[in-house]
Design a protein around this ligand. Structure first.
Ligand SMILES: Cc1cc2nc3c(=O)[nH]c(=O)nc-3n(C[C@H](O)[C@H](O)[C@H](O)COP(=O)(O)OP(=O)(O)OC[C@H]3O[C@@H](n4cnc5c(N)ncnc54)[C@H](O)[C@@H]3O)c2cc1C
Length: 339
């Protein structure tokens, strides 16, 4: 029988180590647990909110309703063709273990997404991405459970409306579905994406001309470990803000004032500007404000130096947004879900 705890503090269940209580809380380890939770929530007129690894949330106030901590695990190769394989994982599986599993089976497609924290089920919510690859590039389908009716629905790529750190699960269907399992279509022959600057440089530095799948994973691990703070020692939620997409015309105007302003082309008329550069050049890199600050190696990451409150984090978020707006006229948007 499902154990439902009242008034559970969620702080320790987030990588930022900032939290508040959940009115009700339960850990779910199976489909039966989930079904039981849905029945309980209906009977008690409570809404359900899902927590995975807590690596993309800032919980700023008490969550009214039932919080489900997803620990439904398992993964398997579902189907194999001559050149591709469909691999599926349950949503409470660790994303890092999932990528490891695919690499161990010599399947290519997820290697650039190695070492991203959290669960498989959260990956489609924000279409996780890193080093030139996004989940959508290999996404095959997902199975989701309607939290109101308990009915199952299959989502194919077009149904998910994937965008940059975005999907239908952050917008129209926010809070409606529990993502139960995710399937990806991977290649049996290495189809490596090595265009991303720092990845190319790392492989060159190591003298690797023809990298294997395992070389790419090792290079990604080295880059990430050297640049990103480990939440186990310095609590954080990864990039706090999204990079900013704007028109080429606005970019050119800014470039005149700020020579060296980096960008990536998005289309003939649009570019993306790295939010980390903007925050650094607004003077926040390595700056501390009491128990919170922006990281000294990557200004995009808000860190908790110990015992920070949601209020302190919120105040810093406001300060950073206002400074970037004032200096560059651009609006930062949070990548982290503020609850
Ligand atoms: C050091 C660090 C580095 C990171 N680097 C990257 C990176 O390179 N690229 C990147 O994209 N992200 C990165 N992240 C962010 C984070 O790892 C991802 O967003 C991850 O997918 C979040 O998974 P989670 O299980 O922790 O989600 P949570 O934080 O628990 O939840 C995030 C959101 O998804 C919802 N959700 C979770 N599970 C489900 C489900 N089963 N069904 C429906 N909704 C669900 C939650 O309700 C919440 O709204 C990084 C984070 C850290 C701490």
């Amino acid at each position: 029988m499902l154990k439902i705890e009242p008034n559970k503090n969620l702080t320790r269940l987030t990588t930022l180590q900032i939290g508040a209580p959940a009115e009700f809380f339960a850990v779910i380890k199976s489909r039966e647990d989930l079904d039981e939770a849905i029945v309980w929530a209906k009977k008690n007129k409570k809404t359900i909110w899902i927590l995975g690894g807590g690596s993309n949330v800032l919980i700023s106030k008490k969550i009214v309703g039932l919080v489900l901590k997803n620990e439904i695990r398992g993964m398997a190769i579902k189907k194999e063709g001559a050149t591709t394989a469909i691999v599926e994982a349950k949503s409470g599986e660790s994303w890092i273990r999932f990528v490891n599993f695919t690499v161990e089976h010599n399947l290519s497609g997820l290697e650039n997404l190695f070492l991203i924290y959290g669960t498989v089920g959260a990956a489609p919510v924000q279409n996780i991405g890193a080093y030139g690859v996004e989940l959508k590039d290999v996404f095959y389908s997902l199975t989701a459970i309607d939290l109101k009716t308990g009915c199952e629905r299959i989502f194919k790529p077009a149904d998910c409306r994937f965008g940059y750190r975005d999907s239908i699960f952050k917008n129209k269907l926010k809070g409606r579905y529990f993502i139960y399992s995710v399937a990806v279509k991977l290649s049996k022959k290495p189809s490596l994406k090595l265009d991303y600057g720092s990845l190319r440089e790392k492989l060159a530095e190591q003298g690797i001309k023809k990298p294997s799948l395992k070389d790419v994973v090792a290079a990604i691990a080295e880059i990430r470990n050297s640049k990103l703070p480990n939440p186990g020692t310095l609590p954080n939620a990864g990039s706090f803000f999204k990079n900013i997409e704007t028109s080429l015309a606005i970019y050119k105007k800014l470039l005149k004032k700020y020579p060296g302003l980096p960008f990536w082309p998005v289309s003939a008329a649009r570019v993306k500007i790295p939010a980390g550069w903007l925050i650094e050049n607004a003077g926040f890199k390595g700056k501390k404000f009491g128990s919170v600050g922006m990281h000294d190696k990557q200004a995009l990451i808000l860190v908790n130096y110990g015992g920070a409150s949601a209020k302190q984090a919120g105040a810093l978020v406001k300060k950073v947004k206002a400074a970037v707006k004032k200096k560059f006229g651009l609006d930062l948007e949070e990548e982290v879900n503020i609850i």
